[in-house]
Write a protein that binds this ligand. Structure first.
Ligand code: GLN
Length: 473
């Protein structure tokens, strides 16, 4: 039978699988067909796995035994920086082109236990550094809503896969917006969990104090199902923990940091959609109040010191000896230089250089330490705000999806795209992007997202508000 992938949700698929309307193999085949038809143009995947049908057969056995979980047989896409044992994991970098993961990331282990089906690994900005997926060593992914535009980044492949119907849901990682921004550009839902809510074991580290793995879905409910499956304390990640579940309120107090909305320049259509969304929330019975987060305006400056610092340290292992492609040279040092020269792209090199600089003796106090101090102050802004409000709302990104190549030669313009997303990584609080509207350009409807932010451990509040906003039950 033909499966209606367009309107499929995890719950619907789960019910159909349980009732035997179709099998996990049928479902996997339906997605593989779509990938064959569409991914030549979109390029969401770097690799479609050769064992998808085998995985689906295994899922069918679990279903037959009556032990199916919600995710049993559900076809997922996985960002290329998350390890799946035995599969290539390249982080879209040349240096890891042939690297095969030696173990499963904790999130993968959990999903395997549920019998989820991994369709393939998705394209991304190299080592998750970027906001457009153009920093991939394997060519960019295109936005399914307009293939002359970027899908956002760095998890652009995962977002595009879900938006184009090439996976039912997906995993990405978010260090400064890499789940929320592509979710916004592609018109889907994306969650950056609370720092520590999901184990980072087996995700390639970019900025270790900011990285989180998180879900993408077509609906808030799908995103929530995937989050519930991957969250939880893990002995392999000392920063992970179980957060106590708080029952969300039905009527919420939503704070809007008005003065922040225009500091980096914002597309008028984005601002209009945001204001309309607030009106909609008000009509739904929520209270909207203005708030001030006095130091959040320093977030980008702080982020682009802390991230390169952590990057420069995390990237040291890719030297052609311990990991990665080795380029032969006259001696060890030369080999190290040649391997990194050939294996790493421009943005990664830029961050290694900046990071090494801000950590070097004499500059450490002036830059890195100062950035960390301001980070604490930013975190405090949120702590104080959440004494007064349940949720904070902002646009997810200042613009809609931009043209391929438009910002590639201007790293600062690219960094400015992160203005609304990086503060939450600095503060460690969770944030979700949900579709809020469109801007029409050249007859193409380009999605606009709204971002809801909650206090540490407040994912359920975000899901409740997101569902309410989108009219999901
Ligand atoms: N665009 C941001 C950056 O380049 C965020 C990346 C991310 O979240 N991985 O750092």
């Amino acid at each position: 039978m033909a499966i209606d992938l367009k309107h499929l949700t995890i719950e619907k698929a789960h019910d159909a699988l349980a009732k035997g309307e179709y099998s996990a193999v049928d479902l996997a085949k339906a997605y593989l067909d779509e990938i064959k038809k569409k991914d030549g143009e979109i390029h969401a995947y770097l690799e479609v796995f050769s064992d998808v049908i085998e995985q689906a057969k295994h899922a069918d056995e679990i279903i037959k035994s009556g032990k199916a979980a919600l995710l049993t047989g559900i076809p997922l896409a996985v960002k290329d920086n998350i390890l799946i044992e035995g599969k290539v994991a390249s982080s879209a970098s040349k240096i890891l082109e042939h690297y095969r993961a030696a173990y499963d990331a904790t999130v993968i282990k959990k999903l395997k236990q549920d019998g989820a089906v991994f369709l393939g690994r998705t394209n991304m900005d190299e080592f998750a550094m970027g906001g457009s997926t153009e920093n991939s060593a394997y060519g960019p992914t295109k936005n399914p809503h307009d293939t002359t535009r970027v899908p956002g980044g760095s998890s652009g492949g995962s977002a595009a896969a879900v938006a184009a119907g090439l996976a039912l849901a997906a995993l990405g990682s978010d260090t400064g917006g890499s789940i929320r921004e592509p979710a916004s550009f592609c018109g889907i839902v994306g969650l950056k969990p609370t720092y520590g809510a999901v184990s980072r074991y087996g995700v390639m580290a970019m900025g270790s104090s900011l990285d989180q793995i998180g879900p993408f879905g077509n609906t808030v409910a799908d995103t929530e199902i995937l989050f519930n499956a991957i969250k939880g304390q893990d002995a392999m990640d000392g920063t992970s923990m179980d957060f106590p579940e708080k029952k969300p309120k039905s009527k919420m107090k939503i704070g809007v940091p008005r003065d922040l909305l225009t500091i980096g320049g914002i597309d008028e259509a984005v601002l209009k959609t945001f204001n309309e969304s607030l009106e909609k929330l008000r009509k739904l019975g929520h209270e909207i109040v203005d708030i001030v987060l006095p130091n959040v305006k320093y977030s980008l400056a702080v982020y682009y010191i802390i991230v390169p610092a952590e990057v420069s340290s995390n990237m040291a292992r890719f030297d052609g000896m311990r990991y990665g492609t080795r380029v032969p040279g006259a001696n060890g040092i030369e080999e190290y230089f040649l391997s990194r020269e050939a294996g790493l792209g421009a943005e990664v090199k830029r961050r290694i250089i900046i990071g090494t600089y801000v950590l070097s003796s004499g500059y450490y106090d002036a830059y890195y330490n100062k950035a960390n101090t301001v980070r604490d102050i930013i975190r405090d802004d949120y702590r104080k705000a959440f004494e007064k409000v349940d949720v904070i709302a902002t646009p997810t990104a200042p613009s809609v999806a931009f043209k391929l190549g438009e910002k590639l030669s201007d790293p600062l313009a690219m960094y400015l795209e992160d203005i609304f997303t990086v503060p939450m990584n600095l503060a460690g609080v969770p944030a979700i992007s949900v579709p809020a509207g469109f801007k029409e350009i050249d007859g193409k409807k380009l999605p606009i997202g709204i971002q809801f932010i909650a206090n540490h451990g407040g994912e359920r509040t975000l899901f409740a508000l997101g569902r309410n906003f989108l009219g999901e039950k």
